[in-house]
Design a protein around this ligand. Structure first.
Ligand SMILES: [Zn+2]
Length: 407
């Protein structure tokens, strides 16, 4: 009797439910708590909450609860079913668990709290859960969180691609740049990947979008144009993506020139690759002096480097007119540079220019949120445990979605 009252209190069991009996299984380190209910005049239909008569009981089910006194604690009960005139026969809502879960709500809440801060493996070990159970808890948490999400305005979006295990599968992420959260994740980086995002927004939300940062990637451009009014004024090509293209062009010039120099016994450029890729402001004073000599050397690589740096100065402009002038001048220089990779980079940027100059109006990049990137890195780092892509997608929402996950 005392046991029953103790467990009723510990578990927070309320009328009409009561603890019918408690079985201690010492060898297994388990305590089994059997719940039953008093006679009820009516039960609520889970669809409409109308009071209905009891129809029957389902066979006994079990739920893992928080450990009590270091015993794994398992609840047992036969869920009642009601018969609603309108909705037919349904299992009633049980106060301690969600319909599809084999865990009580309190147990899931604790697992979710731990999963936010520890690796899945650590939580699985600490709470003696299988991978499938961990993934089930995360999946239900994400489902709840997405359902609870409110249709807030999202003025600045970032569309980003992430590789899951280097160079393998790609995922498309849509980020809310202001609130630093992931709004949407889809497989691949096709137009269809991004097309799936737009219908998740209300019309007001879609109208609230002022700018979308993205890589120069045609499928994303096409999807945005298809779904957003006046998209051309809103698409902003990511400046770091542009810098990456230019760095690749510089690198190409460097490798070619270095090969020619070395063949002639000159290793001026050998081992300098890293110097050309980082910003001189980040160098030590000695390195900076050495690099200044290279920079002013009249080497082709030095010219390519200067072209890159001059293009990137475009992003420092505040006003569009002088910025356009700067670009025209730069493009002419690139076109006459006799450096094929730079000529090609110049051509590409000219073709894309109207969605580069939008940066001056919106000032957004995909790298807007370091903290969000750190969280995504964490999910990728722990990705060893993911057996399928859906688990990875759920983990992104779980850690980076800014969702209310509680049961
Ligand atoms: Zn009903």
């Amino acid at each position: 009797m005392q046991d029953r009252e103790l467990y009723r209190q510990i578990l927070g069991i309320q009328a009409p439910w009561f603890v019918e009996r408690v079985e201690l299984k010492l060898p297994e380190g388990e305590v089994h708590v059997f719940l039953d209910h008093h006679e009820m005049v009516s039960w609520s239909c889970p669809e409409c909450s109308a009071g209905c008569k009891l129809y029957d009981h389902q066979p006994e089910r079990r739920w893992r609860h928080l450990d009590t006194c270091q015993y794994q604690t398992i609840l047992h009960a036969q869920p009642p079913r009601t018969e609603c005139g309108e909705h037919g026969v349904h299992v009633v809502k049980l106060p301690w668990a969600e319909p599809s879960s084999r865990f009580t709500a309190l147990f899931e809440a604790l697992a979710i709290e731990w999963l936010k801060h520890a690796s899945q493996q650590a939580v699985a070990e600490q709470m003696t859960l299988s991978w499938d159970e961990i993934h089930g808890i995360m999946e239900r948490a994400v489902e709840r969180g997405l359902k609870r999400r409110e249709a807030e305005p999202i003025p600045a979006l970032g569309v980003d691609e992430k590789a899951f295990r280097k160079g393998h599968h790609y995922f498309t992420l849509v980020n809310d740049l202001e609130k630093s959260r992931v709004l949407y994740v889809a497989e691949d980086r096709t137009q269809a990947s991004l097309d799936g995002f737009w219908p998740t927004l209300t019309e007001e939300q879609r109208n609230s979008i002022e700018a979308v940062a993205m890589d120069m990637w045609e499928p994303y451009v096409n999807s945005t144009r298809l779904h957003l009014t006046e998209a051309d004024g809103k698409i902003v090509f990511d400046k770091f993506h542009i810098a990456k293209h230019l760095s690749e062009a510089v690198d190409y010039v460097l490798r070619k020139e270095n090969k020619i120099l070395r063949a002639a016994g000159d290793d001026t450029l050998t081992g300098t690759r890293y110097d050309w890729l980082r910003h001189p402001a980040k160098m030590e004073a000695d390195d900076r002096r050495a690099f200044a000599v290279l920079r002013d050397s009249g080497l082709k690589t030095a010219r390519a480097w200067a072209l890159k740096e001059t293009m990137m100065a475009f992003f420092e402009y505040r006003y569009e007119r002088p910025a356009r002038k700067h670009f025209r001048w730069w493009h002419n220089w690139a076109a006459r540079s006799r450096l094929q990779p730079m000529i090609e980079a110049g051509r590409m940027l000219k073709r894309r220019f109207e969605n580069i100059v939008t940066y001056l109006r919106h000032r957004i990049t995909n790298a807007a949120s370091e903290s969000l990137n750190a969280k995504i890195q964490w999910v990728k780092y722990t990705a060893r445990g993911f057996r399928n892509k859906q688990n990875f997608i759920n983990a992104i929402y779980f850690h980076c979605g800014g969702l209310n996950l509680a049961p």
